[in-house]
Design a protein around this ligand. Sequence first.
Ligand code: ZN
Length: 423
Amino acid sequence: MTQRLLFVLAGAAFSWMPAALNAQALVLRPDGVFDGTTPTVHRGWVVVVEGDRIAAAGPERSVRVPRGAREIRLDGLTLMPGLIEGHSHLLLHPYNETSWNHQVLYEGMALRVARAVVAAEATLEAGVTTSRDLGTEGAGYADVGLKQAIERGIISGPRLLIATRAIVATGSYGPKGAPEWSLPLGAEPADGHDDLIRVVRDQIGRGADWIKVYADYRWGPNREARPTFTQAELELIVEIAASSGRPVVAHAASAEGMRRATLAGVATIEHGDGGTDEVFRLMAERGVALCPTLAAGDAILQYGGWRRDIDPEPARITAKRESFRRALAAGVPMCFGGDVGVYPHGDNVRELELMVDYGMAVADVAIAATSGNAGILRLEDRGRVAEGLLADLIAVEGDPTTDIGSLRRVRFVMKGGEVVRDD
Ligand SMILES: [Zn+2]
């Protein structure tokens, strides 16, 4: 082989080698490791990171540490997978600051995107390394650009799965109340066979990773949640999305909306307040997960004047506790998805605290927030501390399998092998 050929081959090999092989390896030495699946903390583990991946994880003696690896000591901390938020709206901010109607109608795109940039950074700093953002609520396709800006390293934020505008049935969604005017809506209306096919495909073409559909909405005669799309319409949406390899997520709070969405084959249902035992059993049978958004309901009642821990519990909260308990008892896969944006970005842990408060075991909640959501959101490359997975890791003070409050004490955040935060 000539020298020249060798040079060419070496050059080729170098250029296609992932950055992973070139970067210096890191060895993380925490007090313990919560691996995302085992409901306990492993002591004496080390985790080796090479490039953007976890190269090894396990007891010190069983792990080969590469020569020259840089050591990061995480004394007093538990290392674990980054949190995976299942239901966020980076383009919304808390309703006690500005009502949803006002945000959708009067806040300009630049203002909304500027807020979203700050929200994305706060989210990652809080230990959320992946977020499924479920609709821009009137901010068009701004989530597409946000996701690109994060991927290109222009701004700091979690890895995003996005839904763009989301799909609603004509007449169901807001803002409304001015019958002579066609107000800008918080989502994209579409109805019937041809229109739904076009809109699902259009959102996919503009960047949607998930198709979000509102299977019901508060448009009943007494503003109660009532179904919007027919069974056939929901099935069509799922079929068109599935052709492109994309799952569907349904907003549904009524038993009938949830039933139709489940039968249509959606992957997750959001809110689910009115679920009956029958509907929850159906969801469990079909493997449809529930993002209960406990923190959103809790926040909205507080904005309405309820003083938690002082005033008696509102009936809506008591009912939500009961439906959450029924969903758990039926074996519905439980998603960590709080509808953050209704309450402050970066305060994502609120939802996890409420899942514990409403009756779920702490370790199960910690698993739901990591490997659980990775499974539900079809992200096989993350959610566990295991060889070959993305090095999306956080370290917290305390044991997340026995003390959910430890997730508020995030001291270290790594995304794709890069240290984002190290207090
Ligand atoms: Zn939402």
